[in-house]
Design a protein around this ligand. Structure first.
Ligand code: P6P
Length: 334
């Protein structure tokens, strides 16, 4: 039986291949992975751990926070602040950036995360997850929110961890996408798939259909054509999935293909979309592109978008390349 390759061994061997994982970045990724193990443990306890339900607070997004949102955020902050690999962190759950306290050494990386994506699914035992993105801190003394405002193509690492039937960590440092499954007996993440690939075509779309009446015309056209099935212009039947946890919908797409869409709609026309650019769309877009897929805001490549604000939102269309290109074409054609 082939020996199990741990996350640590994978990162060390990748570093030997192309030097894409300097020691400090490897340390950061291993600390994030350990944090995900802790969050998985808390999530798996559920009602037995007294961690379900809402906290008496809202986040910067104006969303009621779940107890596990706050617990997950604290786990990531506490695990990463002392190691000397980070200068600061940013989270969906915090309004401003979190500077590494002066009592700890300052590092050269910036870590951004959605500590627990899909929180509305926590209390009903549906898969949720952590999404993270790593940037290099620009040269110069100190660190500010401005230093975080880098396009997604500047990421040096990105990944997520799904807390589902298995706890699965998916990661890229720019040389493909690798998947690790938590071996609870050993307490370590074990490599279970390398070079994940998204098929260029698909018969499966993921979108919240209840918003149909609010969509822009190109989105309505694309979904309507899918719904017409093999007798329609697409000449094939489509299936639909919507888990309402981006991390889980994206994991399905990385595993078997598909297209995920959360487009702009008329409900809040001043917002470009619901999902956040810096710590949801950017990491997922890089993972998808590294697996041979595509990711746009329905018009332009997500990874090219120059961010203006830390918590800015974006319209998202990602997954199987040929489907994303069709949706983007419909928007550009008008
Ligand atoms: P809706 C979860 O709250 C999230 O940010 C994503 O993980 C998910 O794809 C989306 O929102 C679900 O939104 O409007 O369908 O509940």
């Amino acid at each position: 039986m082939a020996s199990k390759i741990s996350l640590t061994r994978y990162l060390v061997e990748e570093q030997r291949v192309d030097g894409s994982i300097p020691a400090q970045l490897r340390l950061l990724l291993e600390v994030v992975a350990r944090s995900c193990k802790s969050i998985s443990h808390a999530v798996n306890k559920g009602a037995l751990g007294g961690v379900l339900g809402t906290a008496e607070s809202e986040n910067i997004q104006g969303e009621v926070q779940k107890k596990l949102d706050i617990i997950s955020n604290e786990v990531l902050i506490e695990a990463n602040e002392w190691g000397g690999h980070l200068a600061a962190m940013a989270s969906e759950e915090m309004e401003g950036i979190y500077l590494v306290p002066n009592r700890y050494p300052q590092g050269e990386y910036l870590l951004l995360f959605d500590p627990l994506d899909g929180s509305s699914n926590i209390d009903v035992n549906v898969s949720i997850g952590t999404i993270f993105s790593v940037l290099k801190k620009p040269e110069g003394a100190g660190v500010s929110e401005q230093d975080f405002l880098q396009a997604g193509c500047k990421q040096v690492a990105a990944g997520y961890c799904v807390y589902g039937p298995q706890t699965t960590l998916v990661l890229t440092v720019g040389s493909g996408v690798a998947m690790f499954t938590l071996d609870r007996e050993q307490g370590s993440f074990v490599l279970t798939q390398e070079k994940m690939r998204i098929p260029e075509d698909t018969k499966e779309f993921a979108i919240n259909m209840s918003n149909m009446r609010h969509w822009d015309a190109p989105v309505k056209r694309y979904i309507d054509e899918c719904l017409q099935g093999k007798d329609g212009p697409r000449g094939k039947d489509f299936n639909m999935r919507w888990i309402a946890s981006m991390v889980t919908d994206v994991h399905r797409i990385l595993t078997r293909g598909g297209i995920f869409m959360y487009p702009w709609d008329k409900r809040e026309p001043e917002k470009p979309g619901k999902l956040r650019l810096m710590y949801e769309a950017n990491p997922m877009a890089w993972l998808v592109e590294q697996a041979g897929g595509a990711a746009t805001n329905c018009r332009e490549r997500i990874l090219d978008i120059a961010p203006g604000k830390l918590h800015e939102r974006v319209s998202v269309c990602l997954g199987s390349k040929n489907e994303v290109e069709r949706v983007t074409r419909y928007h550009v054609e008008g």
